[in-house]
Write a protein that binds this ligand. Structure first.
Ligand SMILES: Nc1ncnc2c1ncn2[C@@H]1O[C@H](COP(=O)(O)OP(=O)(O)OP(=O)(O)O)[C@@H](O)[C@H]1O
Ligand SMILES: [Mg+2]
Length: 468
């Protein structure tokens, strides 16, 4: 969250080529949340986020920007498809559920952070329990029960003391036992017993899947879920785990015990309210077209349901009421059959910042193929590497690939960078099949190699319709 706009853009640049305007807008919007947090209270209430609409043809990086932004900012972030919602009362998920998802996401963030705070204590407790499993404490029932009672009374008469209850031999063996337990603790802490096995009893409940696709069911879902959790019997299963696995398991349990659930839930709600970002993809798909009706009723309805959420309203969630006034919304759509102005006027007005993503050029394709950390050429190289094959792409090959991708996009439907996927797949399908049986350990892909495999398909329009 401390990233400056410039740093955010730099991070996005690692994965997405070009589209500078869009990157800048989202970076500024994210930074503005951070700024708002620092403004004094009275002013903070006044500052509402400026929602963004990203408009651009298909396959040019809209969703990709959102995806990368999500991993980058520590802010609660969710990406939803506008098409998955239906108007309240219709069969399907209602729009409000996106806010619930956002809070879930925030809860995860808060829990992870809080967990760090109790981690040490949890590990200590886990080690204690592991010792008990490896070398159970000797039952000191004789003295213990009495001692406990005495402790309650705050008295301690000599004849009730532990010492008097054991014979000398017993005492010696007891102290030896204690010493052994101490040794085990040391070894556990040093990580010397990680491969020993212990058996753990875990309790699970078979909770029935709850159908959430019923109208209005969404909100009720959690109540039912909780109810079922209470009434379904636990089933105990015993498992053999290594100390290492068992510790992880117990640490989880202990963390849950140590964490203050209520506190976490209320900070999650707060975090979602003040820093949450909801990315609504495919917003153009809920534009009602003039010709058809029927399904359109529902689409208009979704737009209408969206309005208050984007404007700022209060939504009931499992963790309390959530205000959406300061949640940032980023909408994206290709809008190739419609315009942003086909959205309901009120909704358009709530996305004041418009950024256009540009069509990708051949030069962009060259960069997309080679530059990003996980670029396609690097992906295939890594895949072939597992077969012991060194795959090399010559610059002229990349140039040729980009050229074919670009011209195919021009001739047929423009599907943006997605075209590179089909072209690359076609290029390497033969190699992918043969790779394990090959003796040659180095494959060089140059322009000729590309031409041999792509040109025919590219020229023949019918063929390329199927393949590319
Ligand atoms: N500018 C870019 N730089 C790098 N990769 C890109 C770029 N644009 C698109 N891609 C790649 O192309 C694929 C499709 O992109 P993305 O999902 O972002 O498309 P989109 O703009 O959301 O399209 P749609 O409108 O169809 O949803 C992704 O795998 C992405 O990695
Ligand atoms: Mg998309």
């Amino acid at each position: 969250m401390e990233l400056t706009p410039r740093q955010i853009v730099a991070e996005l640049d690692k994965h997405i080529v070009g589209q500078d305007d869009a990157k800048k807008s989202v970076a500024v919007a994210v930074r503005n949340r951070w700024r708002r947090q620092r403004v004094d209270e009275a002013m903070r209430k006044e500052i509402s986020p400026k929602n963004i609409m990203m408009i651009g043809p298909t396959g040019v990086g809209k969703t990709e920007i959102a995806r990368r932004l999500a991993t980058l900012t520590g802010a609660p972030f969710i990406k939803v498809e506008a098409t998955k919602y239906t108007e309240v009362g219709y069969y399907g998920r209602d729009v409000e559920s996106m806010v619930r998802e956002l809070v879930e996401n925030a809860l995860g963030i808060v829990r992870t952070a809080e967990r760090e705070n109790v981690k040490d204590e949890a590990v200590k407790r886990a080690n204690d329990r592991l010792i008990d499993m490896l070398l159970p404490p000797v039952s000191r029932k004789k003295s213990k029960s009495q001692n406990d009672e005495e402790d309650d009374n705050g008295e301690e008469t000599p004849e009730n003391k532990e010492v008097t209850m054991f014979s000398d031999e017993e005492l010696v063996s007891l102290t030896r036992h204690d010493r052994n337990r101490e040794k085990i603790r040391k070894m556990l802490e040093k990580g010397l017993m990680e491969d020993r096995t212990v058996s753990i009893v875990s309790e699970t409940r078979a909770i029935p899947m709850i159908m959430s696709n019923m109208p209005g069911m969404d909100a009720m879902e959690f109540d039912l879920q909780e109810m079922f959790e209470k009434i379904t019997p636990k089933s105990r299963t015993k498992r053999e785990l290594t100390v290492k696995e068992a510790r992880e398991f117990i640490v989880e349990q202990e963390c849950d015990q140590l964490l203050n659930k209520d506190k976490i839930q209320s900070s999650a709600v707060e975090l979602a309210e003040s820093l949450g970002i909801i990315f609504i993809d495919e917003i153009d798909k809920i534009v009602a077209s003039e010709k058809q009706h029927g399904a359109d009723v529902s689409r208009q309805g979704v737009q209408r349901d969206l309005l208050p959420i984007v404007e700022g309203t209060t939504i009931q969630t499992k963790y309390g009421y959530v205000k959406t006034d300061h949640v940032l919304f980023i909408a994206a759509g290709a809008f190739h059959r419609s315009n942003p102005s086909d959205l309901m006027p009120e909704l358009q007005g709530r996305f004041p910042i418009r950024v256009e993503l540009k069509d990708l050029t051949k030069e962009d394709f060259i960069r997309i193929l080679t530059e990003p950390d996980g670029s396609l050429t690097k992906q295939y190289q890594a895949l072939m590497h597992t077969e012991g094959i060194d795959l090399v792409f010559k610059p002229d090959a990349v140039d040729a690939l980009a050229g074919y991708a670009y011209s195919t996009n021009q001739k047929m439907q423009n599907i943006g960078a997605r075209r590179l996927y089909t072209i690359m797949e076609r290029l390497l399908e033969e190699l992918s099949f043969d790779a394990p049986d090959m003796h040659k350990k180095k494959v060089v892909v140059d322009a000729k190699y590309v031409k041999e495999r792509i040109e025919d398909v590219c020229k023949d329009e019918d063929l390329s319709k199927f393949i590319l």
